[in-house]
Design a protein around this ligand. Structure first.
Ligand code: SAH
Length: 344
């Protein structure tokens, strides 16, 4: 069976032309699918076409396998089951301005960062664009008609989006298509550990997406120790690439900086980060490290984090300490998936 969500309007038009159906039905099918409807309910399609679609396609192969709701802040963690038995995770966070979903782009990850649970067993496989769409639609469906639907998407779950570039770009185009749920590219954030050649490609081919860089260190010595990717792309390469991204798109860059006790949280590190980012149109998110027992790294204490923030602010760099959400439901990357796999 094919995943109907892997098809964009052009794929549908070609498919319809091949089976002797009118091309204008492409938009109708697409529109129904993004409302979460099944082929049986696509009331403006001929019966014969509905039957044919049902034989060949599944409307959404991504199923909610488990859902946890944080008692602290209402954040919802989802475990999704894929048609081949793999599981992935996503998180829904509700803010005043909208509902943000954090989705996975790969099963596992091959970047192997020292603090992250997703990379522990390496990469299992890439997700298709339709599986990423499936995560979003499964959650919209779970929210139902009574609740506000998803307004923002962050590609910040398990996986490295740029290691699955083509599928991720097609996903961005599908999810922002006006015939579907039409989420503006400006409301989509892509987070990367810094595969720089893809930053240039994204700037040239897509634009307007918010680019988030998982920096986590102010220099190559520290970054080499916690992020193996830094052996291929140095901090200097990242800075060049994000400057290009800003020039091309006008979008301010977001830097993620997880505070790891004794590794990257000193006053000296803060000063070095200021020198690195001075004058750049950017924002720094300081993040409390989530403890991953297989990795053993500890989060910085409250005081050094506040100190770090002060140093950045005093240097005129826009920065905030990211609110921790869903800490009671294993909100961090790859954590819940692992605990489920281990208990299976
Ligand atoms: N591969 C992409 C996106 C997925 S990771 C990237 O590297 O950006 C999403 C974010 O969570 C990254 O900033 C990552 O560094 C961070 N992260 C991973 N494990 C974490 C942990 N245990 N605590 C806090 N942040 C973590």
């Amino acid at each position: 069976m094919l995943n109907a969500l892997d098809f964009d309007i052009i794929d549908w038009s070609n498919y319809l032309a091949n089976i002797g159906e009118a091309k204008f039905r492409a938009k109708q099918i697409f529109n129904w699918l993004y409302k979460g409807e099944c082929f049986d309910n696509m009331s403006n399609l001929p019966k014969k076409l509905q039957v044919k679609l049902k034989e060949e396609f599944v409307e959404n192969p991504v199923k909610i396998y488990k859902k946890l709701i944080s008692k602290k802040d209402g954040t919802r963690k989802y475990i999704f089951a894929l048609s081949d038995g793999n599981i992935i995770e996503g998180v829904l966070m509700s803010y005043k301005y909208g509902n943000t979903i954090c989705i996975s782009t790969q099963v596992g990850c091959r970047m192997n960062c020292a603090f992250c649970a997703s990379g522990i067993d390496g990469l299992v496989r890439n997700l298709t664009c339709g599986e990423m769409v499936g995560e979003v639609l499964a959650v919209n469906n779970d929210l139902g008609n009574g609740e506000r639907q998803i307004t923002n998407i962050v590609l910040m779950g398990s996986g490295e989006p740029f290691d699955n570039y083509d599928n991720v770009i097609k996903f961005i185009n599908l999810i922002s298509d006006e015939n579907g749920i039409n989420i503006s590219k400006r409301n989509i954030s892509l987070s990367t550990c810094g595969l720089c050649d893809k930053i240039y490609k994204l700037a040239d081919e897509v634009g307007s997406v918010t680019l988030t860089i998982s920096l986590h260190a102010p220099n190559d010595d520290i970054r080499n120790k916690i992020m193996p990717v830094n052996k291929a792309y140095k901090i200097e390469d990242i800075i060049k690439a994000v400057n290009y991204y800003f020039e091309k798109t006008g979008r301010r860059i977001i830097f993620e900086y997880s505070m790891i006790k004794g590794i990257n949280d000193s006053r000296e590190c803060a000063k070095e980060l200021c020198r690195l980012l001075k004058g750049m149109p950017c924002h720094v998110n300081l993040i409390n490290l989530n403890y991953v027992k297989e990795k053993g790294l500890l989060s910085s204490e409250k005081e050094p984090v506040k100190e770090f923030l002060k140093v950045l602010e005093n240097a005129g760099i826009s920065a905030t300490i990211r609110r921790t959400m869903g800490s009671d439901i294993e909100g961090a990357c790859g954590q819940l998936r692992r605990s489920i796999l281990q208990n299976k």
